[in-house]
Design a protein around this ligand. Structure first.
Ligand code: ASP
Length: 330
C-alpha cells in the first residue's frame, strides 16, 4: 500500500526563478508554490500519496526562530495523526543544516522527516530540485528511514541532521557530512543506509519547544588573529544569554578574548567553544582550560549547530556542567 507523505514548503532555491533557463546564480528564491513543485514531479505520486502544504515562502536567510517554532508545532501535529507516514520539507540551502538539526532535536516522532533543497533554481536547465524532491519522497516513504532522526537528502545522499553542512556555494554536491560521513545513498528508488546516528534525537531527546513562543538569544562570535572581546561584550549587552565562540583550531582564542569570556561566564552567560575549522572535535580542557573558566566544549558541532543546542539547553538550565553533558549526549 502506498504511504501518505506531506511535503511542507518553506521556500528556497528549489522554488526559485531566474530570468532564463541558463541562469543558475542570479535568481529570486521562493517564487514557486509547493503545489506547483509537486505538479512538476508527477512521478512522485507513484511512490506515495503526496500532498503539499505551504508554511512560508522565504529565502532561507529569512528563516526565523518564530517560523521554526511554527514549523515544529505543525510537524509534530501532522505526525501525531495516523494517516500521515512521513514528512518532506523543502528549504533554502543556506540555513537548511540549522533547521535540520533543530528538528532532529525537537520532533517527537519516529516517522521519517526529510529536508530537501536544490542548488539550482526551479527555472534552470537541468535543475536539481525535481530529482532531489523525488528522492526525498522516496526516502520519507521508506521503512528504512523510520527512527533515524531528521534526514537531509540532496544529490542522492542521505545525511544526518546533526552532521550535515553546506560546503560549497555553487556545486550540486555541496551537502556533506565532513566528520562522520553520509548515512547512506539513494540508489534508484531504494535508500541504502550504511551507518546510524549515535547521538540522542527525536523521541529520545529531552527538548520540547511546543509550548515556547521564543528561544533564548545566543550569538556566534567569530575568532581571528588579533580579535578583540568587543563583539562578545556587545552581544551580552544586547541581551544574549549564551555565546558560541567560533574559535581557532581546537577552539582556541587569544588571552584577551579568553579573559573577557571568562568574566561573562562569571556573570552567568554560557560560553561554548566551537571552531572555525570545518571538521574535527573541540576537546574539553584541550586548547583552553574549560574547568577553570567554566566554558563548554562543542565536541564536533559547528558554531551554527552549537548555537542551536545551546539555545535549547538554555530553555532548561544555565549550568555549564549540565550543558556540557548535553553537548556529549546530543
Ligand atoms: N539563498 C537560497 C536560500 O537559502 C539558497 C538556496 O536555497 O540554495 O533560500
Amino acid at each position: 500500500m502506498k504511504k501518505n507523505i506531506v511535503i511542507i514548503g518553506t521556500g528556497g532555491t528549489i522554488a526559485g526563478k531566474a530570468s532564463c533557463s541558463t541562469e543558475t546564480l542570479c535568481y529570486t528564491a521562493a517564487m514557486v508554490s509547493i503545489n506547483n513543485l509537486i505538479q512538476e514531479v508527477p512521478e512522485i505520486q507513484s511512490i506515495a500519496n503526496v500532498t503539499g502544504e505551504q508554511l512560508s515562502q522565504v529565502d532561507s536567510g529569512d528563516m526565523t526562530c518564530e517560523l521554526w517554532l511554527t514549523l515544529v508545532k505543525r510537524i509534530n501535529e501532522i505526525l501525531a495523526t495516523s494517516d500521515v507516514d512521513g514528512i518532506v520539507i523543502t528549504h533554502g540551502t543556506d540555513t537548511l543544516e540549522e533547521t535540520a538539526y533543530l528538528l532532529h532535536l525537537v520532533i517527537k516522532s519516529e516517522k521519517p522527516v526529510v529536508l530537501v533543497g536544490a542548488m539550482r533554481p526551479f527555472s534552470a536547465m537541468s535543475a536539481d530540485g525535481p530529482m532531489n524532491l523525488y528522492k526525498a519522497v522516496t526516502l520519507a516513504a521508506s521503512n528504512a528511514a523510520i527512527g533515524k532522526g531528521v534526514l537531509v537528502s540532496l544529490n542522492n545522499t542521505i545525511n544526518c541532521g546533526r552532521e550535515v553542512t553546506k560546503t560549497n556555494t555553487l556545486l550540486q554536491d555541496s551537502f556533506q557530512s565532513p566528520d562522520i560521513g553520509y548515512l547512506g545513498y539513494l540508489q534508484g528508488s531504494e535508500p541504502h543506509f550504511y551507518r546510524l546516528p549515535a547521538r540522542k534525537h527525536t523521541i529520545n531527546s529531552g527538548f520540547d519547544v511546543t509550548k515556547l513562543t521564543e528561544l533564548p538569544q545566543v550569538e556566534i562570535i567569530y575568532g581571528y588573529l588579533n580579535s578583540s572581546p568587543l563583539l562578545a561584550e556587545a552581544a551580552v549587552a544586547a541581551g544574549a544569554k549564551g555565546i558560541v565562540y567560533a574559535g581557532l583550531g581546537n577552539g582556541s582564542m587569544s588571552k584577551d578574548v579568553r579573559d573577557a569570556l571568562s568574566i561573562l561566564a562569571k556573570q552567568g552567560i554560557v560560553i561554548v567553544r566551537s571552531t572555525r575549522v570545518a571538521s574535527g572535535i573541540v576537546t574539553r580542557n584541550g586548547a583552553v582550560d574549560d574547568d577553570l573558566y567554566n566554558f563548554v566544549a562543542s565536541d564536533t558541532l559547528s558554531p551554527q549547530k552549537a548555537r542551536i543546542l545551546l539555545m535549547l539547553a538554555l530553555t532548561k538550565t544555565n549550568n555549564s556542567n549540565e550543558i556540557q553533558r548535553m553537548f556529549w549526549d546530543y
